[in-house]
Design a binder for this molecule. Structure first.
Ligand code: SF4
Ligand code: SF4
Length: 107
């Protein structure tokens, strides 16, 4: 049987423009507390996104959000600034597994 080809992430950042942070779990929260990551907790508490029809806004002040607050651009690629402790939903995301990803293949 032919093994399924592994698709390599191109770091285009598109999946991180979705509201993945909305899927933070109690496990993530506990880990960040254990790790003393008040920086992450503070950002999530203050920048939690809500869908405003065609874009995300901050639940706190209604400010326009362009995607995950932990996503930064480096040249023509994007990087997760909390990669080592990113939420479970992000760790479980398989490149190419959804239409969100430019490498999506419906097979
Ligand atoms: S936490 Fe990191 S991997 Fe997850 S959506 Fe944000 S930038 Fe992307
Ligand atoms: S959308 Fe696909 S290629 Fe782009 S960052 Fe996400 S997994 Fe990588």
């Amino acid at each position: 049987m032919k093994e399924k080809e592994t698709i390599k992430c191109r770091r285009c950042g598109k999946c991180c423009l979705a509201n993945l942070i909305a899927y933070v779990t109690a496990e993530d929260w506990e880990r960040w507390k254990r790790q003393g990551r008040e920086d992450i907790i503070h950002i999530i508490e203050n920048q939690q996104a809500v869908w405003a029809g065609d874009h995300f806004v901050s639940a706190k002040d209604g400010k326009y959000l362009h995607g995950c607050p932990f996503l930064v651009r480096e040249g023509n690629r994007y990087t997760c600034t909390i990669y080592e402790t990113r939420p479970r939903v992000c760790r479980d995301y398989i490149p190419g597994s959804s239409e969100l990803c430019p490498q999506y293949r419906n097979k």
